[in-house]
Design a protein around this ligand. Structure first.
Ligand code: NAP
Length: 489
């Protein structure tokens, strides 16, 4: 099976923070992949901006290094790709350099303009104000905002107000790369492209849902950032809640951007509140200690910090309810954390057990059907069914998956989420980006949890690196008679 990649119109992509970790590790390599695939036309330009003084050759060297082995494997295309690169040293907070930058961008008035803010969110307001003053916010201009958008509702609203003074909402692309993942879009297709699931997709037939986003890594280079945010702000407020929305939203009337985003917003507004009155029962926060991760001894979170003190959570588990007609009574268990035993992101939809078993006791019990959508590492879908164990020897029940790994099924590596999302910005399709009201609704729901934790003064529960988090997270789900889906099930 082949997939067709249509070229997009020529564009200028300005990466503010073009020398940073995200640009080097992710954005530049994924752009190269799209270039090799023929989707980026030679009239396009990719313009790095950062304070460090580099000439164009210096930036091209940095980009070549960022491409790693791909640069050698596609040597000819690499040269052509590097020819698209430009670099402008600029401190976005200072006046110098903006005139030259503006003239450069204005050299290609017909190119679609994308300003990708891959800097600390603390610079978003400055950059947008400058772009407005330079009159670079008109025509086809679009701005991409990286997460996190603020640390709370007030911070997010400040950024949204300031960006909104320069760019119309239709020009603003708030990225949540989870929405660009193949499996997340497949969730839409599974739900709305098959007659099979939708009639079962409610409290009548679904027992509970689990969403896990587990990392094996610890703090790495982003310690300062992470310690200010923690798992709830860094992962739940955006990625996990967006996944929850995709699972639970009503069928949109179409896949037009606002039709989808309106439905997600309704879910966010329907989340039952968690605050000081119930946070101790419905949330678990943890912080990793030293342990064994992927066969190596690793230090604890506090050992990785400069001053060795912090009450930031590196793990969170939550029990959530979506308070509406379709989902009343269905628990949604969400968990995410660092230094967990495996890197895995998955959604597990567990259906209610059969009402009555017609099978003899010795046959075994029919187990719950489960639909497992794996977002990483190997994207795919598994539907667990009960069947008869093949062969003679009586009727014994067996639980087996209908397994569709996308790589195996289609023989192609799925594109990275950023590949799709960046080109969606160029195409002007915001369906997979968050609208202002969605981001703010997510913060409105998250803020009271943060407040409850702060007022409780309780430290996060310790867990050993390489384990699945504090035992209280196991108790959170086992209290209701369920267990976390672990292993490759
Ligand atoms: P980073 O490695 O710290 O890079 C920051 C970039 O901004 C550098 O290129 C830096 O270069 C530039 N910069 C800083 N101050 C500047 C100024 N005053 N004027 C112009 N340029 C300036 O950060 P990052 O990890 O790439 O993250 C970028 C954004 O993506 C953040 O919002 C982050 O939360 C988000 N994000 C990152 C990741 C990730 O995996 N890295 C994942 C998800 C989201 P100079 O110092 O030379 O100016």
């Amino acid at each position: 099976m082949t997939s067709v990649s249509l070229p997009v119109d020529p564009f200028d992509l300005v990466i503010f923070g073009g020398t940073g970790d995200l640009a080097v590790r992710k954005l530049l390599p994924v752009l190269f992949k799209r270039f090799v695939d023929g989707q980026i036309r030679p009239a396009s330009r990719i313009i790095g901006v950062a304070r460090v003084v580099l000439d164009e050759d210096g930036y091209r060297r940095l980009v070549r290094d960022a491409l790693g082995e791909m640069a050698a494997a596609f040597a000819q295309q690499c040269e052509a790709f590097l020819a698209l690169m430009a670099y402008h040293p600029l401190d976005v907070r200072k006046d110098d350099g903006w005139d030259r930058f503006t003239s450069f961008v204005n050299e290609r008035p017909n190119n679609i303009r994308v300003f990708y803010l891959s800097t600390s969110p603390g610079l978003f307001i400055d950059i947008c104000q400058r772009l407005g003053e330079c009159r670079l916010n008109h025509g086809t201009a679009r701005v991409v905002l990286e997460k996190p958008l603020g640390r709370d509702l007030t911070g997010a609203s400040e950024i949204n107000d300031a960006v909104g003074r320069v760019f119309a909402e239709s020009q603003i692309y708030r990225i949540d790369h989870y929405l660009g993942k193949e499996t997340v879009q497949n969730l839409l297709v599974l739900r709305f492209g098959n007659a099979l699931f939708e009639p079962l997709w409610s409290t009548a037939h679904i027992d509970h849902v689990q969403i896990t986003v587990a990392e094996t890594l610890g703090l790495g280079r982003r310690a300062d950032y992470y310690d200010r945010y923690g798992a709830l702000r860094d992962m739940v407020q955006n990625h996990l809640l967006q996944l929850l929305c995709m699972v639970t939203m009503e069928p949109p009337s179409s896949l037009l951007p606002d039709a989808v985003r309106d439905e997600k917003l309704k879910v966010l507004r329907a989340l039952s509140p968690i605050d000081a009155s119930n946070a101790a029962r419905l949330t678990v926060r943890g912080q990793y200690r030293a342990g064994i991760s992927e066969g190596q001894s690793v230090p604890g979170y506090l050992d990785e910090l400069k001053d060795g003190r912090s009450s930031t959570e590196t793990f969170v588990a939550l029990k959530i309810e979506v308070g509406n007609w379709r989902w009343a009574g269905v628990p949604f268990y969400l968990r995410t954390g660092k230094r967990l035993p495996e890197k895995v992101s998955e959604i597990v939809v567990a259906f209610k057990p059969v009402r009555h078993s017609v099978f003899a006791r010795g046959s075994g019990m029919p187990l719950q059907n489960k639909l497992v959508l794996r977002l990483q590492p190997d994207e795919g879908v598994k539907l667990w069914l009960t069947i008869k164990d093949p062969g003679p020897g009586g009727l014994r029940l067996r639980h087996v998956p209908l397994d569709m790994s996308f790589v195996e099924a289609f023989g192609v590596q799925q594109p990275d989420a950023y590949e799709r999302l960046i080109l969606d910005v160029v195409r002007g399709n915001p369906t997979l980006f968050m609208r202002r009201d969605e981001v703010e609704a997510a913060w409105r729901w998250t803020d009271p949890i943060l407040d409850a934790w702060e007022s409780s003064n309780e430290a996060p529960r310790p867990y050993a690196a390489g384990s699945w988090g504090p035992s209280a997270a196991v108790a959170l789900i086992e209290r209701d008679g369920h267990t976390w889906n672990e292993g490759n099930d």
